[in-house]
Design a binder for this molecule. Structure first.
Ligand code: NAP
Length: 529
């Protein structure tokens, strides 16, 4: 097990390396290099500033204002992030527009080469990126190291190679004409992402957008800005031409809205909450912008009595509490067929209580901090509401005992299991986005399909059963964009990813992303003579 002291030393060593390696323009990196080895918390209160990345340079926001960036595990400000506005977006769009002509004409092989280099540099810097992601989000360092950062590299590698293997459609019209389809880059695209998987989700947009020859203005969540900034440094080192990727930091209200409303931003790829998604759609509709919306979820996790219960319990622990339940795909509504119900609940509750809630930087921590005070308050609100709605707390339900001195002011909550809730109550219908699940029994396949579909969301679902026939039958009836059978979050980057109903519009991943980030144009050649 790696101790906190070792973690601090490693961070210091990383900071020292950065001092030598990184150009002075990257203030975030510069100031990390000023850290001393006296302690991680004091290192992170050095007031480092996370600036915008526009036209290949790290620049101050035009208004000169910064927001506090709080470490969720401590509740303390550890850096400041540019509080940008429409003026910064204007600069970024201008830079992206200027870069578009050349980048869009750059050969696929050259674009691929640069994106593969970015992937390699992410791999090289896994440890520092994982550490930054863990401190910024409160997620366990082990999760960032094993999931978030490797996936960011995979995103670049996947789309860098995908563009080398594309095909164009051709249609022959009887004996009179030949049609072929060009797929052209769109221009300047806007990419907006949330705080739960910061680098993972932002690169899921940046990689296909750039691979297809677009230039981009991206906005990470103001709650988790650091890895996007470190990625810019990597892009520059990889030789990505200036202006191809621009990152404007700040709030959704000031920066996100300005991106969606900018007339020269021709498409928006957005991941976030359903309410924000609606605003994005409203901004884009009058300009007929191409929009991809990946929104919220309230995902069913269905366990039939014939399931391998050990596998279902292990899988359900992950799907309930991964990243403190802050994954859009988490299965927050667990339904268990009655003959297996009591046994499932007993064992699931026992395993839940064994999860260690702790300092995200400690190696044996299963559950880190909730991302913000607001989000923690939201979780508490729903746990109170669940009890008012008749629910019983079978595990968790409160903040843990003090974790360590460093984390005394952090935003922690125990993983929580609620039973006895009515299926259609608010707790079971509204997205909590935290470490809280309800468990409900059911008696028949039809009943559980109705429960699963009785929800405004339709992002993902899991089924646990040993019956192949039932798996196919139920998968077809459930209204979600993804159905996992005897697994959860098993991802193949080629498959269409996205939600039905209020979980979104459009799909990401594989060909879907390549199609979203290109405009099809049909060329029809008449046969002469
Ligand atoms: P959010 O509040 O909707 O914010 C998402 C992003 O949009 C942030 O960068 C936010 O900026 C920005 N934003 C806010 N208002 C905006 C506006 N008017 N115009 C343009 N952009 C605006 O969501 P969140 O709280 O960060 O993330 C949690 C939500 O994301 C959950 O509902 C979760 O289910 C969903 N999610 C969905 C998926 C998926 O693939 N379907 C994946 C992950 C998360 P600020 O943060 O700076 O305000």
């Amino acid at each position: 097990m790696r101790s906190l002291a070792a973690t601090k030393r490693a961070t210091f060593a990383w900071a020292q390396r950065l001092r030598n390696a990184i150009p002075a323009s990257a203030r975030v990196c510069e100031e990390l290099a000023e850290l001393d080895a006296s302690g991680f918390a004091s290192q992170m209160t050095c007031g480092m500033q996370i600036r915008n990345f526009i036209a290949g340079e790290f620049v101050e926001p035009v208004g000169g204002c910064y927001l506090e960036n709080i470490e969720p595990a401590t509740g303390k400000t550890y850096s400041h992030v540019a509080d940008s506005d429409g003026r910064d977006v204007e600069l970024a769009v201008t830079a992206a527009e200027k870069a578009f002509g050349k980048w869009s004409r750059t050969s696929a092989a050259e674009r691929s080469r640069i994106l593969l280099r970015i992937a390699d540099l992410i791999d090289r810097d896994t440890e520092r990126l994982a550490r930054a992601e863990s401190v910024d989000t409160g997620k366990p360092l082990s999760l960032a190291r094993n999931l978030d950062i490797p996936r960011a590299a995979s995103n670049f590698r996947f789309f860098a190679t995908a563009i080398l293997h594309t095909e164009s459609e051709a249609h022959i019209t009887d004996n009179v004409a030949f049609n072929y389809t060009l797929r052209l880059p769109l221009g300047v695209v806007g990419l907006i992402s949330p705080w739960n998987l910061p680098l993972y989700l932002l690169t899921w947009k940046i990689a296909p957008a750039l691979a297809c020859g677009n230039t981009a203005v991206a906005k990470p969540s103001e709650l988790t800005p650091v890895t996007a900034s470190l990625l810019c440094e990597i892009c520059r080192e990889a030789g990505l031409p200036e202006g191809v990727l621009n990152v404007v930091q700040g709030t959704g209200q000031n920066v996100g809205a300005a991106i969606t409303l900018h007339p020269k931003v021709v498409a928006i790829s957005f991941t976030g909450g359903t309410i924000t998604g609606r605003k994005v759609a409203e901004s884009c509709a009058p300009m007929f912008k191409k929009v991809s919306l990946e929104l919220g979820g309230k995902n069913p996790n269905i366990i039939f009595a014939d399931a391998d219960l050990d596998a279902a319990i292990t899988g359900s622990l992950r799907s309930s509490f991964a990243n403190q339940g802050q994954v859009c795909l988490c299965g927050s509504r667990v339904f268990v067929e009655r003959p297996a119900y009591q046994s499932f609940v007993d064992r699931f509750v026992e395993k839940t209580s064994e999860l260690s809630v702790g300092d995200p930087l400690e190696q044996d921590t299963d559950q880190g901090a909730i991302v913000s005070k607001n989000q923690l308050e939201k979780v508490k609100f729903y746990v109170d509401l669940a009890q008012q709605e008749g629910g019983s707390i079978a595990a968790g339900g409160s903040a843990p005992e003090a974790i360590n001195d460093r984390c005394r002011g952090g935003y922690f909550f125990k993983p929580t299991v609620i039973t006895d809730l009515p299926v259609s109550c608010r707790t079971n219908r509204e997205e909590i986005f935290g470490p809280v699940v309800s468990v409900t029994p059911f008696d028949s396949e039809d009943e559980v399909v109705a429960y699963a579909n009785d929800c405004d969301y339709g992002l993902a679902s899991s089924l646990w059963t040993q019956s192949l026939n039932r798996a196919h039958r139920v998968a077809e009836k459930i209204h979600t964009g993804t159905v996992w059978i005897n697994c959860w979050m098993l991802r193949d980057l080629r498959v269409p990813f996205g939600g039905m109903k209020q979980s979104g519009v459009g799909r990401e991943g594989g060909d879907e992303a390549l199609r979203f980030f290109t405009e099809p144009k049909n060329v029809c050649i008449a046969k002469q003579g």
